[in-house]
Design a protein around this ligand. Sequence first.
Ligand SMILES: C[S@@+](CC[C@H](N)C(=O)[O-])C[C@H]1O[C@@H](n2cnc3c(N)ncnc32)[C@H](O)[C@@H]1O
Length: 268
Amino acid sequence: MSARVDLYDGAYTNYGSRVYEQVRTETYGHDLGQTSWVTREESGQIPEMLRLERDSSVLEVGCGSGGYALYVAEKAGCDVIGVDINAAGVQNANHLATTRGLGARVRFEQCDASKNLPFNDKTFDAVFSNDVLCHIPGRLAVLCEMFRVLKPGGRMLFSDALVVGGMISHEEIATRSSIGYYVYSPPGENERLMKQAGLRQISATDTTENAVRIAKRWYESREKWKSDLVQLEGASNFEGLQAFLSCVHKLTAEHRLLRYLYLAEKES
Ligand SMILES: C[S@@+](CC[C@H](N)C(=O)[O-])C[C@H]1O[C@@H](n2cnc3c(N)ncnc32)[C@H](O)[C@@H]1O
């Protein structure tokens, strides 16, 4: 088995360090504090796909550092609540909201989304989750919770980078899973479970190429800044993350792992 590698604690506690900012900018082309496979284009499209307006109230499940929720609030002018299981991510997110003067419209809470979401039924106009559901056990229960907190007519969106598209060895599964708990999905399963949760699917878009591109750029940028990153992360974690990124690149480039972006609605 691959040794356990840390991605999220390091990314969120070192959020403000210059080298982490530099790696994010080189990887994504702009810095929204990402730790995902969401490209700049996809970041820009999500608010439109969710039809966000100034008076929308929005939930992000697995908000990480908080940077993307703040971007959404600024772009659409809406209210956003972000939840994440990672305490350092939530702390960073609330700090960013305050320092950017968005504390009245955006807030973040620590929450394990494998449990019931701490919100009333029909609270949000939109719910989204970028590359998070693969980390959470009980996909149907999570989708049912996202459905429950959505208002009728509201939209939900999530991405899953772990749709199995071909043969994968046990070593590849171990390296791909080295940063935490993961659930791999057969093709068609997310579509089936969304329907079972009560959601009407609008689209399922193959965005595997986004993961191919981001994994390559992320790996290359980290190689460039290796000596600074080793000081912050330690040599063994640095190499572990490089092996993880290289594995993501290989599996997605060969279409043995696929990434899909799903858009659905709760009918009125
Ligand atoms: C791939 S990162 C994506 C973060 C952010 N959405 C982005 O685009 O950068 C996955 C996130 O899911 C969070 N996560 C993992 N398990 C979770 C759970 N059970 N409940 C809530 N968040 C969870 C992690 O802490 C991490 O921030």
